[in-house]
Design a protein around this ligand. Structure first.
Ligand SMILES: [Fe+2]
Ligand SMILES: [Fe+2]
Length: 158
């Protein structure tokens, strides 16, 4: 998979988790909620990490006009990282849990849609297939270095 295919493939996986959470929310046990949210924390943290450390800088260099979109995307990651970190430490029986998950899902759907519609196409057009393949391979390998802690993603502290 090239870099953009890899990121969009991740987005689809996350959407399946968001849908599963929303569908099961009325009847899910605390353990089921915990399991779904833990998968979101792990997946979204690694995804944000490879975007911030590899894809965003490469995209910004290839298409300087994407800079504003990328800066906004990083701020959205920042907010998501703190929400994920709070969710990691919150028990599903806490009355705030569902509300925090709902806000996370709403924000991430918006974020993913903006990436895919507003600026990934320009990056694809500007980078050749070879460069996108090479970035995809680096990003796949970098998943192993991703932090488990959402606050370990660079945007969390910036
Ligand atoms: Fe992102
Ligand atoms: Fe993304």
């Amino acid at each position: 998979m090239d870099a953009i295919e890899l990121l969009i493939h991740d987005h689809r996986r996350f959407e399946a988790l968001y849908d599963a959470y929303e569908r099961s929310r009325p009847t899910a046990t605390d353990m089921e909620k915990r399991a779904l949210v833990d998968r979101m924390i792990e997946g979204l943290t690694a995804h944000a990490f490879i975007e911030e450390t590899i894809f965003y800088p490469a995209a910004r260099q290839a298409v300087p006009q994407t800079t504003d979109h990328i800066l906004e995307s990083v701020e959205e990651h920042h907010v998501a990282a703190w929400l994920l970190s709070e969710l990691r430490d919150l028990e599903p029986e806490d009355e705030k849990f569902d509300a925090k998950v709902a806000v996370l899902i709403e924000q991430m759907r918006h974020h993913q849609e903006e990436e895919e519609q507003d600026w990934f196409p320009e990056v694809r057009a500007a980078m050749g297939a070879h460069r996108l393949d090479e970035l995809g391979q680096r990003m796949q390998a970098a998943r192993d270095e991703a932090p488990a802690d959402p606050l370990g993603v660079p945007s969390a502290r910036s």
